[in-house]
Design a binder for this molecule. Structure first.
Ligand code: DGI
Ligand code: FE
Ligand code: FE
Length: 196
């Protein structure tokens, strides 16, 4: 990537995130790089997207909502009621405006890292998966299985994470973003097309 200094991005993230979130960010960046090595994706893009995916995470809900209003970023009903979801969209905006990232694939990977979307690119899948399996994550069920799967088959790992996330959200009665459901429905259909 021309004109992108990974070290500079890392330093800026260290300043703008709390220490726990920064540790998570490094975990995602390194895990995404390893997945890119394994699955023949662009390692540098994986690192950059990993470093930036949660760049809006430590911002207040008011600030995120303000940014969306000011810059005509559409906010859905579920995002209005669960503003933490906005850190993905606002993150994309900041990556472009403050970090001067113009690569659409990286920007999409940041924007879709929480809910996923149908027809994700390889990089988008890598970031979505790395976010869930990075070494600092502890609680998710079946984590060791997904970790292994991620280095064997991106689509199967993706599907397991989507399923486990939906189950978890249902179990705690948390509202489900229609995009999370749509993503799961899309990939379950895709899996049905594959002859195992
Ligand atoms: O920002 P991180 O914590 O690193 O990770 P993330 O951006 O993937 O957010 C993780 C949380 O998002 C996790 O607790 C599950 C939740 N999430 C994912 N899809 C949905 C969702 N929460 C709600 N309410 N609805 C969703 O559709
Ligand atoms: Fe996130
Ligand atoms: Fe994250």
């Amino acid at each position: 990537m021309k004109n992108v200094d990974v070290r500079k991005i890392r330093k800026k993230m260290e300043k703008s995130l709390d220490s726990k979130r920064f540790e998570h960010t490094l975990g995602v960046a390194y895990t995404a790089s390893a997945l890119a090595m394994c699955h023949q994706a662009d390692i540098e893009k994986a690192q950059i997207a990993g470093l930036l995916h949660d760049c809006a995470k430590c911002m207040s809900n008011e600030k995120k909502t303000d940014i969306c209003e000011k810059h005509q970023i559409p906010v859905t009903d579920i995002e209005k009621h669960n503003p933490f979801l906005l850190h993905a969209k606002v993150g994309r905006y900041l990556a472009q405006k403050q970090f001067h990232i113009h690569d659409e694939d990286i920007l999409n990977a940041i924007m879709n890292h929480t809910t996923g979307r149908p027809e994700m690119s390889r990089l988008e899948k890598i970031i979505y998966i790395a976010d869930y399996i990075e070494p600092g994550r502890k609680q998710a069920p079946g984590l060791s299985k997904v970790r292994r799967l991620a280095f064997q088959d991106l689509d199967r790992a993706l599907l397991k994470i989507l399923k486990d996330t939906l189950d978890y959200l249902q179990s705690i009665d948390s509202p489900i973003d229609p995009m999370t459901q749509k993503t799961y429905d899309f990939y379950i259909r895709e899996a049905g097309k594959v002859i195992h």
